[in-house]
Design a binder for this molecule. Structure first.
Ligand SMILES: C[S@@+](CC[C@H](N)C(=O)[O-])C[C@H]1O[C@@H](n2cnc3c(N)ncnc32)[C@H](O)[C@@H]1O
Length: 293
């Protein structure tokens, strides 16, 4: 039985009906998206580690820990975590093998030897109880319906007194890149590209805390992560964002098509242009849970 909830209603009930989770929580959906994520991950090294480093700090990862990264996809933040370890290891776990293959290729390209990959659904993690010193997850917990059940799985495989941290997107209106990419795609293809609101379903303050507490963690805290990302004109930031958003539409684009499409996206971000630099607001939320003894 769930513990009585401080708002009177279980967070599971509040969050259960995201219609997109039928699609976005399926392996074939993410398998089909992996080409776009491969394109976006060509640099191997993350091109902005600001939030990953904060996640590492808040989870308290130290160089000798064995860490699990859930819904790691193409390896974020696992790649950054690997760089923070000396004798420890990081396991990148995701339900989509095609995404994990990119994580492994990135690690190889960066000569990282302490990153392992493991295929698995976050609702039934393929690990024994009390396996990991610390657990992270970035932009994955929005997708399953049973978020509390998934957080319970993290608690199960976390060692006593270990810490877990989930990063999720803040509200869409606080993250203008999403809307600009969709506006650019709509103009280029002359059709509707509705934003994927499922990405933001844990973006309101308090929801992550509710999930973590309801899962049985002894303590929970939540932090708003905010930054102004500085993107030089000509950087492929917008191209990576388009590739991740519409991987199914980019396969046949010529370089000329890309130029036109990216011009549309950049025009939609014109308000953020300051000289030769786009100053793009990015807002995420970080939920931290500590296990009891
Ligand atoms: C938006 S991507 C984030 C990937 C990576 N953590 C990052 O921040 O770049 C979401 C990932 O969640 C994975 N995913 C979605 N539902 C899942 C589930 N129920 N169990 C495991 N992985 C899941 C997808 O396969 C995908 O790789």
């Amino acid at each position: 039985m769930d513990a009585p909830h401080r708002l009177g209603k279980s967070v599971t009930e509040k969050l259960v009906t995201d219609p997109a989770s039928d699609t976005e929580n399926r392996t074939d959906y993410w398998k089909n998206r992996s080409a776009g994520w491969t394109e976006a991950a060509t640099a191997a090294k993350p091109n902005d580690d600001t939030f990953n480093l904060r996640l590492i700090e808040e989870v308290g990862i130290t160089p000798n820990m064995d860490v699990l990264d859930v819904a790691s996809g193409t390896g974020d933040p696992a790649i950054t975590i690997a760089g923070a370890l000396e004798i420890g290891s990081v396991t990148a776990c995701d339900m989509t093998s095609e995404m994990l293959a990119v994580a492994a290729a990135r690690a190889a390209k960066l000569s990282i030897i302490n990153l392992r990959i493991a295929a698995g659904n976050m609702n039934a993690l393929p690990f024994s109880n009390s396996t990991f010193d610390a657990i992270t997850s970035r932009n994955g917990l929005m997708f399953p319906d049973d978020k509390v059940g998934c957080a319970r799985e993290v608690l199960r495989v976390l060692k006593p007194e270990g810490t877990a941290g989930w990063m999720v997107w803040g509200p869409i209106e606080a993250n203008p890149t999403f809307l600009a990419v969709n506006a650019g795609l709509e103009k280029f293809f002359s059709e509707k590209f509705p934003p994927r609101m499922i990405r933001h379903n844990l973006g309101a303050p308090g929801l992550l805390t509710d999930v973590i507490k309801e899962a049985g963690f002894t303590s929970a805290k939540e932090i708003e992560l905010k930054q102004e990302r500085l993107i030089n004109v000509g950087d492929n930031y917008f191209r990576r964002a388009v590739a991740r958003t519409a991987p199914h539409r980019i396969g046949n684009l010529t370089e000329r098509d890309w130029m036109v499409l990216l011009e549309n996206v950049q025009n939609a971000c014109a308000n953020y242009l300051d000289g030769d630099i786009y100053r793009i607001p990015v807002v995420a939320r970080l939920g931290i849970g500590t296990a009891g003894s």
